[in-house]
Design a protein around this ligand. Structure first.
Ligand code: GLU
Length: 502
C-alpha cells in the first residue's frame, strides 16, 4: 500500500453510546494496527439539535471502557485537527462554495410546503420521491441575489441516468443507478453541512485511506464517490461491514437486545470478553480460536476474512464467553479486584448506603436490600408484577414508561420522579397505585430502596432491560401487547402525552 493506512470511526454524539460503535471501532483499529497505521476518532456533530457534549463525553468513556484507544481525536488532538465537525465549518463552507462555482451544486429555495407536495405526488404516482430540479434552472446571478434575502439549502447535482460503480473491499464491484439517488442536500438552511458533505471533506482532509463502516451507508456511497470526483480528490478504499443482528435476524435494536455500551459495564461484563465477542461477529481467526485478545486479533487480522452474512449478537453466548474469561483468563484475586472496580467499591456502595441505612438493623440486611442494584435482573412472578391492577393495565403502563424514559435526557432522581408524576396524572392514577408495578419490575420487591433513587442508580440501560423483561413476562402470560396493540397505544400516547415519539 503506497499511502499510509489511516482509518477512523465517526460517531454522532446523539444519545447513548452504541454497541455498533465499538464493533466498527474494533475492526477499524485492528486494520490500522495490522498495517502500522493510525486510527482516528472524529465526532460528527453537525446535527445541532440532537448533538450534545454529554453524549460526546459518554462516547469517549464507553470506548475507553471497552478497551478501544485512538491515536487522534477531539480529546487528544493530532496534526489533522480539529476532530469535531462543528469546529470545521469554514472548511465545509469553502468546499460548498467551490462546488457551487464549478456548477456541481446549486442553491435550492423551494419551501418545505412545495417539497412535501412534490413528494406526496411522486408517492401517489409510485415514483421514487426525488427533488425535481426546479431550482437548477436559476441563473447564478439570480441564485446569488435571492440568497441575500431568502432561506435556502444547497444540493449536489446527480446525473439523470446511468449507474454509479464503486469497489467495496468486501463485496467487489457495486453498481447503483443514479435514478435512485436524490439531489442530496449538502448544506442545510441553518448553514451547517449535512453528513455527506462533511464526511467526505473530513475523510479527505484527514487523509483517511480506508473507510470501514456499516453496510447501512452503502446507499450513500454513490453520493460520496461523486463528491470526491467533483472536488477532484482521490476516493478512499471502502469496506462496508455487515450489521449486527438480533437472534431473530432483524437489525440489532434496543427493543430486542441491550445495545448501549454501558449496559454491558453495568450488568457486570468484562470489557475484554465483550471485545472478543465483537471480534467474532462476522470474523474468525485463521486458526478458528474462540478466545483471543485484541493483540492476537490484530496480529492475524485480514479484512478479507470478514463474512457478509449478518452476524447474530447473542447475549447468551456472550455470557458464556464472559464466564470462560472469568475462569480461564483471571485468577480469583483478579476477579475480586475486578468485582471491586465494578460495583463492590466505596463509591457505588456509598450511593446506596444513605437509603439502605434507613432500613438496616444488621449488616445482613444490606445485601438483600441492595441486591437489585447488584444483579442483572431481579426475579419475580407474573402475579407479583400485576398485583392489584386490571389485567390489561400493566403492559400499557410499562410501555408508556419505556417511551417516556426514552425522552428524558438527564437521569437523576428529580427528573425520574417528574416522569412518573406526569404518568400518574395523565393516567388518572394516584402515585401509590402506579408505583408498585414499577417497584416490582425494577427491584423484584415492594420493599426496596426508594424507587426513583433506585432507578437513578440502575441507569438507563439496565432500566430499559427490566421494563422489557416485565413486558415479556406479561406476554408469556397472555397479557402482553400485540404489534397492533403497540401501534394503537402509540397513537393514544402521542395524543395524551403531547409529544410524538420517533
Ligand atoms: N456519523 C456517521 C455515523 O454516525 C458516520 C458514518 C461513517 O462512518 O461514514 O455513523
Amino acid at each position: 500500500m503506497s499511502q499510509p493506512v489511516r482509518t477512523r470511526i465517526a460517531p454522532s454524539p446523539t444519545g447513548a453510546p452504541h454497541l455498533g460503535t465499538v464493533y466498527m471501532a474494533l475492526f477499524n483499529l485492528a486494520f490500522a494496527r495490522k498495517h502500522g497505521g493510525q486510527f482516528i476518532l472524529r465526532i460528527e456533530d453537525t446535527d445541532r439539535k440532537r448533538s450534545s457534549t454529554e453524549s460526546e463525553k459518554a462516547i469517549f468513556k464507553a470506548l475507553r471502557w471497552a478497551g478501544i484507544e485512538w491515536d487522534e481525536g477531539p480529546d487528544c488532538g493530532g496534526q489533522y485537527g480539529p476532530y469535531r465537525q462543528s469546529e470545521r465549518l469554514d472548511l465545509y463552507e469553502r468546499e460548498i462554495n467551490r462546488l457551487i462555482e464549478n456548477g456541481h451544486a446549486y442553491r435550492c429555495f423551494c419551501t418545505p410546503q412545495r417539497l412535501n407536495e412534490l413528494r406526496a405526488k411522486q408517492i401517489a404516482n409510485k415514483e421514487t420521491p426525488r427533488y425535481d430540479g426546479l431550482c437548477l434552472s436559476l441563473s447564478p446571478e439570480e441564485s446569488a441575489r435571492r440568497a441575500k434575502s431568502e432561506p435556502f439549502v444547497v444540493r449536489m447535482k446527480i446525473p439523470e441516468s446511468g449507474t454509479c460503480e464503486f469497489t467495496d473491499e468486501l463485496r467487489g464491484q457495486v453498481s447503483i443507478e443514479w435514478a435512485q439517488i436524490d439531489h442530496q442536500v449538502i448544506r442545510k438552511s441553518d448553514g451547517f453541512p449535512t453528513y455527506h458533505l462533511a464526511n467526505v471533506v473530513d475523510d479527505h482532509e484527514m487523509a483517511i485511506s480506508h473507510v470501514i463502516r456499516g453496510e447501512e451507508w452503502i446507499s450513500s456511497t454513490p453520493k460520496h464517490v461523486l463528491l470526491y470526483q467533483y472536488l477532484g480528490w482521490q476516493c478512499p478504499v471502502f469496506a462496508h461491514l455487515p450489521l449486527l443482528r438480533n437472534p431473530d435476524k432483524s437489525k440489532l435494536s434496543k427493543r430486542k437486545n441491550p445495545t448501549g455500551i454501558f449496559y454491558f459495564r453495568d450488568a457486570g461484563f468484562l470489557p475484554e470478553a465483550l471485545l472478543n465477542y465483537l471480534g467474532m461477529m462476522g470474523y474468525t481467526l485463521p486458526d478458528q480460536r474462540e478466545i483471543f485478545s485484541l493483540d492476537e486479533l490484530i496480529e492475524t487480522f485480514d479484512i478479507k476474512r470478514i463474512s457478509l452474512g449478518g452476524p447474530i449478537f447473542d447475549l447468551a453466548k456472550l455470557k458464556w464467553l464472559n464466564g470462560r474469561y472469568l475462569r480461564e483468563k483471571l485468577n480469583p484475586a483478579e476477579v475480586i479486584d475486578r468485582l471491586q472496580t465494578w460495583k463492590a467499591n466505596p463509591e457505588f456502595l456509598g450511593k446506596i448506603m444513605p437509603f439502605a441505612l434507613q432500613r438496616l438493623e444488621t449488616f445482613s440486611d444490606f445485601f438483600p436490600l441492595a441486591q437489585f442494584l447488584l444483579s442483572e435482573q431481579p426475579i419475580y412472578t407474573h402475579e407479583d408484577l400485576v398485583g392489584k391492577m386490571e389485567p390489561d393495565q400493566p403492559a400499557k403502563l410499562l410501555k408508556i414508561a419505556e417511551w417516556e424514559l426514552e425522552k428524558t435526557s438527564s437521569w437523576d432522581r428529580d427528573t425520574l420522579s417528574s416522569v412518573f408524576q406526569k404518568m400518574a396524572e395523565v393516567e388518572d392514577l394516584k402515585l401509590k397505585q402506579l408505583l408498585p408495578l414499577f417497584f416490582m419490575a425494577m427491584s423484584g420487591s415492594t420493599v426496596s430502596l426508594p424507587l426513583f433513587d433506585g432507578i437513578a442508580l440502575l441507569g438507563p440501560d439496565l432500566t430499559r432491560m427490566r421494563l422489557r423483561h416485565a413486558l415479556e413476562l406479561l406476554s408469556a402470560n397472555g397479557q402482553g401487547l400485540s404489534k397492533k396493540g403497540i401501534k394503537k397505544l402509540e397513537k393514544e400516547y402521542a395524543n395524551r402525552y403531547g409529544e410524538r415519539i420517533d
